[in-house]
Write a protein that binds this ligand. Sequence first.
Ligand code: ATP
Ligand code: MG
Length: 340
Amino acid sequence: MPPESSTTSAEGNAPAPRSTVWRDLACVAALTVLAAALGAFFDFGERVYQWTRSVERFQLDELPATLFVLASGLAWFAWRRYGESQRELRRGRALEQEAERLLADNRRLASQGIDAQESERRHLARELHDELGQYLNSISLDAARIRDLSAEREPEIHRVSLALIQSAHHVYREIGGMIRRLRPIGLDEFGLPTALEHCVDGWRERLPGASFALTVEGDFSALTDTQNITLYRLVQEGLTNVSKFARHARVEIYLVRTSADPGEIVVTMADDGPGTDLTKPRAGLGLIGMRERVEALGGEFHIASKPQGGFLFCARVPVQARLPVPGAPNDPAGLAKSEK
Ligand SMILES: Nc1ncnc2c1ncn2[C@@H]1O[C@H](COP(=O)(O)OP(=O)(O)OP(=O)(O)O)[C@@H](O)[C@H]1O
Ligand SMILES: [Mg+2]
């Protein structure tokens, strides 16, 4: 399967090394000396004069001076073009640097946007839990009290109280689901591997037709908040896609931290479902969001698939991400301080 790469590498036009310039100049000097020596040895000027004496009327003896002017002119012309190409090269390098700077700015902004989104989600989850959750609980308790008081005395009120309890439980469950989607369970308290296991377990229950295998290798204890949530959201979106497009697939998820220090984290998810044709335009924002999240952390994101050939994505995230501007309000876990 041809991987679809997210990375582009700009190869700069390296100028010729100095040694080549001196070698070329030495060639020119050597050829000139050789031509002078051969000319002196064979009396070249006299011979030319003898050959051209019969056609003196054409002024061929003026040719050397003319050729000398032509050669000097060509040297001047080449020198000017060389200067121009050097200026072009410098301009190209400056543009390249500007593009790199803009790209870095873009990544930083994307990262800050994601941080802001996550902190807003966390806030919403807290509000939902603390405000709505508490009131729903009270409603549920009050309804239970009405149910108990009305039992065998007010059948109609009893029936309404039962319906009320059921509705409160339903809303409570829905809100619980929303809270879990907004802020993954256990991510803050127990870390990424446990949160992912919990997430995969949820999908095991919801998708009995599929099978899931999660492999975690390495130490994930010292990741920043942004890295944790990014890696979690990748798996979350990947599993949501499995539930939509590959409900009966075998899904393998690998979360690996490379042994080098500080190294990188590689998340791979592969399924053997129906796959898709990547050459055709795709609807949806999930994969785009995944790519943006990974690139905002200075990582790479690849997908591979073909019809009836399963689907795979692989994200590589450097552990020491070059992220926020030092001193910026969104500098999770003091990342900027650890920047090299
Ligand atoms: N596991 C998969 N198996 C087969 N096709 C997939 C899989 N994951 C994604 N795709 C294909 O890639 C497309 C893009 O996925 P993406 O997650 O970006 O969008 P979506 O899931 O359709 O919508 P959204 O994520 O915005 O709700 C999908 O429409 C689907 O065709
Ligand atoms: Mg999706």
